[in-house]
Design a protein around this ligand. Structure first.
Ligand code: 8X3
Length: 808
């Protein structure tokens, strides 16, 4: 979004520019060698089969060193690439692969030979075995009815959408620090020792623990073999290299890969390479949400960074170069969605490999250090959309940190997003995490957090389109998009309700009906996940898995804290609609329900005056007590039901308001709503106000968010909050200070998340008209930034239509 200074960054720009806007390729090797091994091991413990499959991949997959790179390792061909996970959704290949390059959202290319490999060597094995097929068969008919819109479950109904069949788990953060400090030989020795101490006369030891520990040993071998192959490749390339500078770099890469991740890292460079191997190998292991995260990089890298600086082994600029080398290779791994719902929900090549900075130490002291500032500096000077950067803020965050965060936000590329310790630490601790671990959380996704040795895996969560509950109320259990099909409850003729109480009771019945179906769906998902997926590397790095000798995909791990999230979609849309009806129909009696329904049915054509009245009713996002109290009650009702489900299922069932890009496809099945929203347009996103409804500035947005929260209840997690500001209103020193003040207010209010777009409407509209001149314009979507021109027209319009606050 600004002109950048390339001096000193020739290396990373040369790598970036060789592929930045190219169409990503599908690389089939991971799927091929994974499948090859899985054919051979049927009947064995799943964790052992998975470890053997990973070893087969590690031994056979092509190894790469990107030209000019200082770090070795990628898991696919040169350029931008994505890989396949047939165990999840291989049953979609027939429908999707041939047309991948032509789809309008997140296209990929795949060669004809590779399609042949997939269709002949990979897909046949998985036929009838994929997770998605099993889920489609296992869901009871009434749950399927709100989930899918066809027999094979290839099309979402966009009412109660499951997301588990395009990812094996939600985001994850491996314990990188453990590998950096101990190395895989030591980690493997721990498994060997446990194996030696088993009592093989005991059936559990023999049949469960022994194969599990064998799997742990094999997976450690796998990653070390893979690393060693990079050392060999670097030496081969060095032997052929004529440029002495590059030759020396390649020899250094060889030496580094000989040492890590097998042994503890001795230098910052080795720590970076070790982390990169673990990160990349985790992508071979499984598809956890949209890429696993980087954890608290400014914490676990700091000791070796400081040591190298103090001992003169590295300069600050060289450290930054190494970090940026990681960013440019990270930007080449593109999370590939085969499942069409995944494509709709994760538009613009979504990714959230969050790097967490700032926050507190496990002892509760401020954790900010020189590396935290280095990450912010790098983001300002090299405004790439990778990695996703998350700043943890707490009540004692130093002024300098907030100022540098504000300066980075002002650059307008959407970084960093802010996560509030004052909310997250409390919630993690109250749900059973030791407080020092709760203080040591890392950001893992759009807005989610993880404690690498306390959290357990969470299934891809359910997205509930609550704007459809409104429609089902207006049309007696039906939706205009789906005609006469009864999808919700038949609550009767809506125009017959005489009081707000009767009307709201009927809304709640529709709302709770969807919610109960969502929880039942999620319970089936939680039961099936461990039958289909395993994660040996993530397990060997998790203290509780190694204590209990259980795979991290197990349904229950003793000592673990289990979360099960669900997404509330259309919060602003629902609240504004209810608030308008309460005020205009039942209190002021300016409209009848019949008039509202007729206007909505006609998408307000010929009913423009009604639409104006509806739009001018009290709206969420203005610090308006009327609308905010409706918002608070809808959240309360949702949490009461979630608490019930928590008790039934023994997991923390928590509401989140995190849309990614689902509010666009969800809006496409929802006709006009009583807040004056036109049919088939986007719903409100996350916990943000409806488009254009928030008219009182950003502080009022924060206050509405605050007043609508139920702080006395705990079945809550992230509330994603987007705020768009005009560049002018944050210009200069004054502007920086205003952002700092806004962050302090947000922190005091204990809101979970905040992120900004700083861009003018005119710029966005121009970018739509002249995409070639705006290729590198980054915008904030939902927990990640993407290139505006990579987005569909609908999503572009959604961003254009978000309220742009011009002053505060
Ligand atoms: C983004 C949302 O669904 O992956 O973090 O948790 S989800």
């Amino acid at each position: 979004n600004k002109s950048v200074n390339r001096q000193g960054r020739e290396r990373v720009y040369s790598i970036l520019e060789s592929n930045q806007f190219t169409l990503p390729n599908v690389d089939v090797e991971r799927a091929k060698y994974f499948t090859e091994s899985m054919r051979e091991t049927e009947g064995e413990l799943l964790t052992l089969r998975w470890a053997k499959a990973l070893k087969n991949v590690a031994e056979k997959i092509t190894v790469w060193i990107t030209p000019n790179q200082l770090l070795a390792g990628r898991v696919g061909m040169l350029g931008r690439y994505g890989i396949l996970y047939p165990e999840i959704d291989g049953d979609f290949y027939r429908e999707v692969l041939a047309d991948l390059a032509n789809r309008d959202k997140s296209p990929f290319q795949i060669s004809q030979e590779d399609i042949k490999v997939v269709m002949e060597e990979i897909a046949p094995y998985w036929e009838g075995k994929t997770y998605h097929e099993h889920l489609n068969k296992a869901l009871p008919e009434d749950i399927r009815g709100v989930t899918y819109h066809d027999e094979r479950g290839l099309k979402s109904k966009f009412v109660v959408s499951e997301t588990s069949s395009y990812r094996s788990a939600l985001q994850w953060v491996p314990d990188y620090e453990k590998v950096i400090n101990r190395g895989f030989i030591d980690i493997q020795n721990e498994a060997k020792e446990k194996l030696a101490n088993l009592d093989l006369n005991n059936s559990v030891d023999l049949w469960d623990k022994k194969p599990f520990l064998e799997a742990m040993i094999i997976v450690c071998d796998a990653i070390m073999i893979w690393a060693k192959r990079h050392a060999d490749l670097a030496r081969e390339l060095a032997a052929k290299e004529s440029d002495p500078k590059r030759k020396a770099e390649l020899l250094q890469i060889a030496e580094t890969c000989d040492h890590v991740p097998a042994h503890p890292a001795r230098t910052f460079r080795e720590a970076m390479q070790c982390q990169w191997f673990v990160q990349m190998f985790s992508r071979i292991e499984q598809k956890a949400s949209a890429i696993i995260s980087n954890g608290r990089m400014d914490q676990y890298l700091y000791p070796l960074y400081k040591k190298d600086l103090d001992e003169g082994r590295i300069t600050r600029e060289e450290a930054k170069d190494l970090l940026e080398c990681m960013w440019v290779d990270m930007a080449q791994f593109i999370d590939l969605y085969i499942n069409p719902t995944g494509v709709e929900f994760q538009e613009g090549y979504a990714h959230w490999e969050a790097v967490t900075i700032g926050g507190q130490t496990p002892e509760g002291e401020d954790a900010t250090n020189d590396l935290s500032y280095l990450f912010l500096e790098s983001k300002r000077e090299f405004p790439l959309n990778y990695p996703d950067l998350a700043a943890r803020i707490h009540s004692r965050s130093p002024e300098r940190f907030l100022r540098e965060v504000a300066l980075t936000i002002k650059d307008g590329s959407g970084f960093p997003k802010l996560i509030n310790d004052e909310e997250v630490v409390f919630l993690n601790a109250i749900k059973g995490c030791p407080v020092n671990e709760a203080l040591d959380y890392a950001v893992s996704g759009c807005t989610e957090t993880r404690m690498p040795n306390r959290d357990t895996y969470t299934s891809g969560c359910v997205y509930v389109n609550f704007a459809t509950a409104l429609e089902m109320l207006l049309y007696n259990g039906r939706m205009l998009h789906y005609g006469d099909e009864v999808i919700g409850l038949e609550t009767g003729d809506v125009t017959k309700f005489n009081t707000w109480e009767e009307f709201y009771e009927a809304y709640k019945a529709q709302h709770l009906n969807l919610l109960r179906k969502a929880f039942q769906q999620q319970h089936v998902v939680d039961k099936l996940r461990p039958q289909h997926f395993s994660a040996p590397m993530s397990s060997v790095l998790h203290n509780l898995c190694m204590e209990n000798l259980m795979d991290l995909h197990a349904e229950k791990i003793p000592g673990g804290v289990d979360y099960s999230y669900f997404e509330f979609l259309g919060y602003g849309t629902v609240v504004d609609s209810l608030s308008a009806i309460k005020k205009l129909v039942f209190e002021d009696k300016k409209l009848t329900l019949k008039e509202v329904v007729e206007a909505c049915k006609a998408d307000f054509k010929g009913h423009e005056a009604v639409r104006e009245m509806l739009r001018n009713a009290p709206c969420y996002g203005n610090n308006d007590a009327y609308a905010d109290s409706v918002a608070k009650d809808v959240d309360r009702v949702t949490q009461v039901e979630a608490a019930k489900s928590s008790r039934e299922r023994g997991v923390h069932v928590d509401v989140r308001y995190v849309p990614i890009t689902s509010h666009v496809p969800f809006g496409k099945v929802v006709s006009a709503t009583p807040n004056g929203r036109h049919a088939w347009t986007a719903l409100s996103d996350g916990s943000s106000a409806s488009h254009g409804a928030d008219k009182n500035g950003p502080t009022a947005v924060l206050l509405s968010n605050y007043h609508s929260k139920n702080y006395g209840m705990t079945n809550r997690a992230s509330r994603l909050l987007n705020i768009k500001l005009s560049p002018k209103c944050v210009a200069g020193e004054d502007g920086t200070q205003k952002i700092v003040n806004l962050i302090r207010t947000w922190c005091d209010l204990k809101l979970w998340h905040l992120q900004f777009n700083i861009v003018n409407k005119e710029t966005l509209v121009k970018a739509q008209q002249e995409p070639d001149n705006y290729r590198s314009l980054l915008v904030r979507i939902a927990g990640y930034s993407a290139y505006f021109c990579d987005l569909s027209r609908d999503l572009q319009n959604d961003i254009i239509d978000r309220t742009e606050h011009a002053q505060f």
